[in-house]
Design a protein around this ligand. Structure first.
Ligand code: ADP
Length: 399
């Protein structure tokens, strides 16, 4: 392109078709791939990367990197351009760094770098950096073309920011709907045990009736059980709030997961003597964990299996992976439909249309505890066949 000449027909139609292809891509990275590839004949480069200022603006995040030439730098290691990106942001202008050959320098030791500022939403937010090994130095036309590419890149990044904001907004909206549902669920959940406690204690206190000892015992048992239910509910609410605000102190120490699960199973059996639990454990190495919190996770899984898969045996398979231990906690209850499965670990989420009561906090609590152990939890389910919860916890790393 001559800087004084109008854009020729070829260039115009090339720009037009490139832009058309770019705007049709929903994924901004795919759009950027097309954009950068389409100009590679006119603007040769080996590697390209985008550096955006991190939240504290004292370092960079590499949000895009491609190695298209024979450059020695892998895409995963994009540290090569961080220095020039820093200069671009500091000087707020295009920076060019050119190496000069002396002696028998290898091609790869002669990088020519060009860094261009990226303005996103009117703010200088990072830099687009190209590197070319040896090859010609950048001409005025190259710089103009690179500048044009950087403007398009910035507009793609604006689109990414919008997409991210929309995803966030949708998640907040869903959370608000769940909060609304939660208020009605929780009022029901609180009122039911309170109603029992009030009803049976008022009956016991009536002056005009005397209750025989058996009936008194029956009423007091109900009051006792409903008080436990209420206490558990309040504890779950507080626990989920503490986990959400990350104010819980975990006490990590070496523990054996097989022993921990066996202990929980014994306690669960006390209240559910008919429950069939089938442990399939191999020899487990110790892991670092908080035994109280991890017990809570398995208690929740037991409570759910008893509630949602009544009468089903529970198979707990424990195996050792390369760097982790994996638990599969399976029931053969009614299952969870695929459409609901992605949401069950969200705070307050309950599968709609079920008659069984609950608050939607149990699995949220489980997930937060497992995440605090640097582990993973997920569920797989087949309708009418059952649900399996998987937990993976690292063996060596200190959380
Ligand atoms: P809650 O039990 O209070 O509703 P949870 O967070 O423990 O809250 O569970 C979320 C939802 O996941 C439940 O409403 C239930 O529909 C579903 N669920 C959990 N465990 C099982 C299971 N073992 N089988 C079928 N559905 C389950």
């Amino acid at each position: 392109m001559n800087s004084n000449a109008p854009l020729d027909t070829y260039t115009l139609s090339q720009i037009h078709s490139t832009l058309q292809a770019v705007v049709r891509k929903e994924d901004w990275k795919e759009g950027l791939d097309i954009l950068l590839a389409s100009f590679r004949d006119e603007f040769v480069y080996d590697n390209v990367a985008i550096y955006t200022l991190d939240a504290q603006a004292n370092g960079f995040d590499v949000i895009y990197a491609r190695a298209v030439g024979r450059g020695k730098h892998a895409e995963a290691d994009a540290s090569w351009g961080e220095g020039i990106a820093g200069h671009v942001v500091e000087k707020k202008e295009i920076i060019i760094e050119t190496s000069h050959a002396h002696g028998d320098t290898s091609r790869l030791d002669l990088p020519h770098l060009i860094g261009l500022p990226l303005y996103i939403g009117g703010r200088l937010s990072g830099a687009l950096v190209f590197v070319r090994f040896a090859g010609p130095v950048y001409t005025t036309e190259h710089i103009r073309l690179a500048s044009l590419i950087s403007l398009w890149t910035a507009s793609l990044l604006e689109r990414k920011a919008l997409q991210d904001a929309r995803v966030e907004l949708e998640s907040v909206q869903r959370q608000m709907r769940l909060q609304d549902d939660f208020v009605s669920t929780i009022s029901h959940e609180l009122r039911t045990p309170l109603g029992f406690i009030k009803g049976y204690s008022t009956s016991l206190l009536r002056q005009d009736t005397t209750w025989d000892e058996k009936t008194q015992h029956e009423f007091l048992t109900i009051i006792d059980e409903e008080t436990d239910r209420l206490a558990q509910l309040i504890e779950n609410m507080l626990e989920s709030a503490r986990l959400q605000s990350k104010t819980i102190q975990f006490k990590f120490q070496p523990l054996r997961l097989d022993a921990l699960i066996r202990d929980v199973a014994l306690r669960v059996r006390v209240h559910n003597p008919a429950l069939e639990i089938k442990p399939e454990f191999e020899d487990m190495p110790p892991i670092l964990g908080d035994s109280v919190r991890l017990s809570q996770v398995f208690e929740n899984l037991f409570v759910n299996a008893i509630k949602y898969a009544p009468g089903s045996p529970i198979i707990i398979h424990l195996e050792r992976g390369k760097n982790s231990v994996r638990v599969a906690f399976a029931d053969n209850g009614p299952g969870i439909s695929q459409g609901y499965l992605p949401f069950i670990f969200e705070r307050f989420y309950r599968v709609p249309g079920q008659s069984i009561t609950g608050t939607g906090l149990g699995l949220y609590i489980c997930k937060q505890i497992i995440l605090a152990h640097h582990g993973k939890i997920w569920a797989e389910s087949i309708m009418s066949q059952g649900t399996t919860f998987f937990i993976e916890l690292p063996i060596d790393s200190m959380p």
